[in-house]
Design a protein around this ligand. Sequence first.
Ligand SMILES: [Fe+2]
Length: 311
Amino acid sequence: MNAIFFDSRLNDEARREHLYNGQLFVYSPCGSVLALCTFPKGMIEEAFSPLDPREAQYSLPVEEYAAILAKLKPTFIHHPKSKELIREILREMGCDLNRTYFDVPRMRTATHGGYLTSGIAYAFHPHRDTWYSAPACQVNWWIPVYDIESENAMAFHPRYWSQPVRNDSHIYNYDDWNRTSRQTAAQHIKADTRKQPRPQEPVELDPQIRIITKVGGLLLFSAAQLHSTVPNTSGRTRFSLDFRTVHIDDVVAKRGAPNIDSVCTGTTMRDYLRGTDLCRIPEDIVVLYDTSAQTGADLLHHPAALSDSSH
Ligand SMILES: [Fe+2]
């Protein structure tokens, strides 16, 4: 990776090609993204009322705080309006809705000072989403709901775009996770005992890149990027949204970022919904990615990028 594209006018195909080569894309706030921020912001403020959500952690016992999030987050994630708003973003960002599939948006909270870093507000250690069964062609879309600063942002660790990290992603199977661990998130308040893939060697966090946008700014990155939650020392809770997309042509052709170190099994491919009608990806295509029966050695391969532009 070597470039950050700001307000790029490249079309979606060229953008995906760069994302699969490790580049980042950042966009200034636009109408559709601001609309996706406004909707959950209202829900967040109602849930914490009369407190300022960014400072509510100072007034609430952590169990009560976690209980509020446990109700708030699924309500936003599964609200039909959330899907509508994502479609509008994809439209405005030049994606072909008939060929682009997205998953439901997540709401993330990063509290100040380690108040709540597990379960429902998990502070992510350095990871690639591809360690969590995401396909190599997945694009992540990340949006802050309130202004962020360097001290409560997320970070990329660019040296690891092309450098493998020893990790235990072999322990992770997405289908098992869905069956067992996902529903219990809110119960993990003091510590998180769910088995998640982690680096098995020291990760050098620097150099790191933190991209600070305004509310409604948009950040796009490949699921293969090594990234983490910045330990929040800003004094305020960060609220952000993210969702993921795949383009069906890349899914079928198995295009995407190179897989240099992920050996998890299972696939998130059944989660994505077609932009036009919310249909899921046909099962005969999904099975190309359902690696539950494969071994780690079978999984380490390098899907072809759209073209071989160098890092
Ligand atoms: Fe992630």
